[in-house]
Design a protein around this ligand. Structure first.
Ligand code: AMP
Length: 430
């Protein structure tokens, strides 16, 4: 399908050509016609699929046709979980809308109220914001949603995870019931489905499965480490590689991110941390520094890096594996963007990494290749495979050497057996 077939306004078409996009991504090819036809949309698609343009292009198309309302109150509202994501959506709106006369503003927590009051008191077409500050403006009366024609919830599942359910409901309640609603979510679980049922009317459903994202251009590999110190040495080795021109390193915790960034800085690298405990100015600066090449290594937590769209990331390094398998796909999608190639390296040691790796490999439906770095080889073998089953005993007999084996068990695969058994054995210790 070509962009011509989407029948977007000539001004949008010109902007798309200026972006160098050749054809719509699958989520765009499905969502844009549905939105332009006036349908509500429920799309499960994650960052990296082109989802921002999937809602922003039709929203801008409709805005370009809208007449100014009596009060100039916003007609399109995009609600998104993180400030970084809101800033990126705002950039996208400016890029795609540069040949249109659409007035937009971004309303973020952690930023000064003064320009926000000023922008919201003027006629405005499009507001992009995070839930907390939007609610704040609703309560102060500075945000008027009575003219809203389109409500877009971006990364709705993440907003639910972050505890924004009530805020989202309050925003929805403040919008007219005769509106078009679009909900984008990375995963469609019970709670996001319940939210969808509440806000969407006969939605067109679009499912772009993370698992089906091929990430063909991303080389993935594992380095096995004996322990935390070994992981740090592997990371230092990787940081010294010239091929690692710009990398995001994922840490499970905020403190871990700070510690790793400090260690890398003390080794002479241009490194910085990015996590939710940093104030907004520091977070913006860290992302800007990475974008502009002043920082080479950004050590981030998942929430802070969610949706981060920085071009030219050569490597994603999972210092800690994510707890949720789908986040692995989101993380590695930070590299290999827009046709460029990239490398995703995961460091795995004993402990929680093992169970996470088993789950990730099962989710991906493939084993990630292991690679050893000369001089940094692991000294122990990390086993993820199931041991061959012992020969069948006659029905009803009891294996006294392995009492835990006599309990009824569920069918398990790939290494979970070993992990579970180890836990049971240690549980027997006094
Ligand atoms: P998103 O999933 O919205 O975060 O988009 C991921 C990246 O894909 C962004 O850098 C977009 O600029 C880019 N992108 C979006 N649509 C297209 C397209 N049709 N062709 C090529 N790149 C695209």
């Amino acid at each position: 399908m070509s962009f011509d077939a989407l029948n977007l306004s000539p001004a949008l078409h010109k902007a798309i050509i200026a972006c160098g996009y050749q054809q719509p991504t699958p989520v765009q090819a499905q969502a844009v016609p549905a939105v332009l036809a006036g349908h509500d949309v429920l799309a499960s698609a994650q960052t990296g699929t082109g989802k921002t343009a999937a809602f922003m292009l039709p929203a801008l198309h409709l805005l370009s046709n809208f007449k100014n309302g009596p009060k100039g109150a916003p007609r399109v509202l995009v609600v998104t979980p993180t400030r970084e994501l809101a800033a990126q959506i705002t950039d996208a709106a400016r890029t795609y809308g540069k040949f249109l006369r659409v007035r937009s503003t971004v309303i973020l927590g952690g930023c000064s109220y003064v320009p926000q009051f000023r922008d919201l008191s003027r006629p405005i077409d499009l507001v992009i914001g995070t839930p907390g500050r939007l609610i704040d403006h609703l309560q102060r009366g500075s945000l008027d949603l009575s003219c809203l024609e389109m409500l877009i919830l971006d990364e709705a599942d993440r907003m639910l995870d972050m505890g924004f359910k009530q805020d989202m409901e309050a925003i929805i309640a403040a919008a007219p019931s005769q509106r078009q609603s679009l909900m984008f979510t990375a995963t469609l679980d019970a709670s996001s489905e319940a939210l969808a049922r509440k806000i969407l009317k006969n939605p067109v459903q679009i499912k772009i499965n993370a698992r089906t994202l091929t990430h063909d251009s991303i080389g993935q590999k594992l380095h096995i480490a004996d322990n935390l110190n070994h992981k740090v040495r592997i990371l230092q080795h990787l940081a010294n590689q010239e091929s690692v021109s710009r990398a995001i390193i994922f840490s499970a915790t905020k403190r871990g991110a700070d510690r790793l960034a400090q260690e890398l800085v003390s080794e002479g690298h241009r490194a910085e941390a990015l996590h939710g405990d940093m104030n907004q100015a520091a977070r913006n600066k860290a992302v800007r520094n990475l974008r502009q090449g002043r920082t080479r290594l950004l050590v981030a937590t998942d929430v802070a890096a969610r949706g981060l769209d920085v071009h030219g990331i050569s490597h994603v390094i999972n210092f800690d594996l994510p707890q949720v398998s789908e986040d692995y796909v989101h993380r590695i999608g930070r590299t290999g963007r827009a046709g460029a190639s990239g490398t995703a390296i995961s460091l795995v040691s004993e402990g929680p990494d093992v169970a996470r790796l088993i789950q990730i490999q099962r989710y991906l439906g493939k084993e990630l290749p292991r690679e050893e770095i000369p001089g940094l080889e692991p000294t122990r073998v990390l086993r993820l495979q199931v041991k061959p089953k012992p020969a069948k005993r006659p029905h009803g007999s009891v294996d006294k050497s392995r009492p835990w084996k006599n309990k009824p068990k569920h069918s398990r695969q790939g290494g979970e057996v070993e992990v579970v058994q180890r836990k049971r054995r240690s549980a027997r210790k006094p």
